[in-house]
Design a protein around this ligand. Structure first.
Ligand SMILES: [Zn+2]
Length: 365
């Protein structure tokens, strides 16, 4: 019998803290022996390197107890182990990485289970109101980029028009009791439309401004959009249409990247708010106009002028709204004797109407 070099190691069996001095024998597997008794055998291809201090080779085994370890300080033994165990660094995730993966996988599984059992509307209804505004703003910024990409509209910034627009928005914001910061702007686009994005972004397209005949019409439109802002409808819509991937993105802290946002960018123009959401926004607009001592009827008149009276309009956001005629009827109901001050002077209204006529700020010459 050939006398082999004795390969000594320290063994922790994974059950107790006791350190046992053992001898390793390289047979069909790596035999761990204590006083000539084999106490464990680790298959060569299951032995892995574990985190260890310098100079020490610390090993674990995929088929042994999770906390079982072998510590080898002797260089000759380390060399022998390296020769026999060829998979020491396979699947080399450190313990920290492993836990992170386990944690997030569990989180993803939990949210998928929630979605499967209760559905997206359930999760969205509970998540939307508690989502921090800062996060909503981040989502809004990302959607905003998508919108600009799809749509290519430039922000109009004629100075006098901008002053009038800001004045109008501020009045509506105050009357509507909205305390979050707003980012309202007029965008040069021929489409007669307006919409709100998450994070208090309100867009009025020049096409709609062109069709308007008086400030109260535009005030009504903006008040309606502020209703969507106040009710966080746009955030809900995006969470709903982005669906599972969006919610999982939220879980991973990556709401602004990946496929969810591409999906959202498209759906923003296809998907519509529910009738209930539209009615609530109309009710909000009517209430705001009344608070300002103005009639909401001009909003209804503008909608009829833009969409016509038929139901089938190709207009995206306006067509998703309840029938313009029905809305006009609703807004005409209370004609009352409300005579608050004009929201804009004749000069301010003229400047607002021409806000897109001024050359854009960044455009040279
Ligand atoms: Zn609406």
């Amino acid at each position: 019998m050939a006398l082999d070099t004795e390969h000594s190691a320290v063994f922790l069996d994974g059950r107790t803290n006791r350190k046992r001095n053992v001898t390793l024998r390289f047979a069909s597997g790596m035999d761990i022996t204590e006083q000539d008794t084999v106490i464990d055998c680790w298959p060569y291809d299951q032995v892995r390197r574990a985190d260890s201090p310098p100079q020490t080779l610390r090993l674990r085994c995929a088929t042994a107890l999770p906390l079982a370890r072998l510590e080898v300080t002797d260089a000759a033994t380390q060399g022998a182990i390296a020769a026999y165990c060829r998979s020491l660094d396979v699947g080399g995730a450190s313990a920290g990485q492993t836990w992170r993966i386990v944690f997030w996988s569990l989180g993803a599984v939990c949210s998928i289970v929630l979605l499967a059992f209760f559905g997206i509307p359930f999760v969205v209804d509970r998540l939307a109101p508690i989502l921090p505004f800062a996060l909503e703003q981040r989502i809004g910024d990302a959607v905003d980029k998508q919108v600009q990409f799809i749509f290519g509209g430039k922000t109009c910034d004629g100075a006098d028009g901008q002053a009038a627009f800001t004045k109008l928005v501020d009045k509506l914001k105050t009357a509507g009791g909205i305390d979050m910061p707003l980012e309202a702007r007029v965008v040069s686009s021929k489409t007669p439309n307006a919409f709100a994005l998450p994070g208090g972004k309100v867009y009025l397209l020049d096409g709609l401004l062109k069709k308007a005949e008086k400030p109260d019409e535009i005030a009504g439109v903006l008040a309606h959009e502020l209703g969507h802002v106040a009710h966080r409808d746009s955030l809900r819509k995006i969470m709903q249409t982005g669906g599972t991937s969006f919610l999982i993105g939220l879980l991973f802290g990556d709401v602004t990247g990946g496929s969810a946002m591409i999906f959202v960018g498209r759906s923003l123009f296809d998907a519509s708010y529910s009738r209930e959401q539209e009615r609530a926004a109309d009710a909000f607009a009517i209430d705001v106009m009344h608070r300002l001592g103005r009639s909401p009827k001009p909003l209804g008149e503008l909608l009829v002028r833009v969409t016509g009276t038929e139901a089938t309009s190709s207009m995206t956001l306006l067509s998703s709204h309840p029938l313009s005629e029905d809305r006009l009827a609703l807004m005409s109901k209370d004609t009352g004797s409300r005579v608050g001050p004009e929201l804009l002077s004749a000069a301010e209204w003229k400047a607002l109407k021409n806000i897109c006529a001024a050359p854009p700020r960044s455009g040279g010459a």
